[in-house]
Design a protein around this ligand. Structure first.
Ligand code: NAP
Length: 243
């Protein structure tokens, strides 16, 4: 029987690499994005080249009911939801003293609440199936903190707590929940950083290279697969040795 994975934020960056990698591993892919239809179509084409089925939905992850509907439609179409990758995320950086309420709320609502809505919705199906693997995208910033990112760090640390709690709650039904915490990865999110900041960060990476989206996708594929069948509740830092 074919396998199905849901990936949030699949139009660009790490999410796109995850979609393509899981498609190579034989999963049908359902992904969502916020607004970038052109990029989403590129991801769709890349997935279909791997010979599996793909569906893309323009869906704001902050909307709980739409998240539930996405999962329902996936289960109705493909009959199973084997993997969820909670990847969609944003930054709204700024110093603590000047950070606006809406910048704090936007990041928490997108990165943390959005992941919760998806986690809750897939759990219902995975519990009935008695199997599943959920992979949540945290960040090195959620582990170590970072000046100028209290909102983002809070959301990514929250992801870790949510991962560990859900792992305990769902283990009896053979559902594993793990987190991947990337260091600095070459995507649109990091492309906006000034050159001097990039150089400072690069100097802190023992492997002397900014990571590629595929480095994270490979780790997600491991957590999705049976190769990690005895691992749950873990946070794996994929950061070139930075931490
Ligand atoms: P990215 O290139 O900026 O892509 C973000 C993705 O999330 C896009 O597909 C975007 O859709 C989607 N998205 C954003 N807000 C959304 C919303 N409200 N509803 C639905 N989809 C939404 O980001 P990335 O660098 O690949 O990061 C992916 C994940 O890895 C994030 O959770 C990020 O925090 C985490 N991470 C990244 C790094 C890094 O160095 N890049 C490091 C640590 C952790 P649109 O294209 O439509 O906007």
């Amino acid at each position: 029987m074919s396998k199905t994975a849901i990936v949030t934020g699949g139009s660009r960056g790490i999410g796109r690499a995850v979609c393509i990698r899981l498609a190579k591993d034989g999963y049908n892919i359902v992904f969502n994005y916020n607004s970038n239809e052109e990029q989403a179509n590129i991801t769709l084409e890349e997935i279909e080249k791997q010979g599996v089925q793909a569906r893309a939905f323009r869906l704001n992850i902050k909307e709980s009911e739409n998240c539930a509907e996405l999962v329902k439609q996936t289960a109705d179409t493909f009959g199973t939801v084997d993997v969820l990758v909670n990847n969609a995320g944003i930054t709204r950086d700024g110093l603590l003293m000047r950070m606006k309420d809406e910048d704090f709320a936007d990041v928490i609502d997108t990165n943390l609440s959005g992941a919760f809505y998806m986690l809750r919705a897939v759990s219902k199906y995975m519990m009935k199936q008695r199997h599943g693997s959920i992979i949540n995208m945290s960040s090195i910033v959620g582990v170590n903190g970072n000046a100028g990112q209290v909102n983002y760090a809070a959301s990514k640390a929250g992801i870790i707590g949510m991962t560990k709690s859900a792992a305990r709650e769902l283990a009896a039904r053979n559902i594993r929940v793990n987190a991947v915490a990337p260091g600095m990865i070459e995507t649109d999110m990091t492309a906006v950083l000034p050159e001097n900041v990039r150089e400072q960060m690069l100097a802190q990476i023992p492997l002397k290279e900014i990571g590629k989206p595929e480095d994270i996708a490979n780790t997600v594929a491991f957590f999705a697969s049976e190769d990690s069948r005895y691992i749950t509740g873990q946070v794996l830092l994929v950061d070139g040795g930075m931490s």
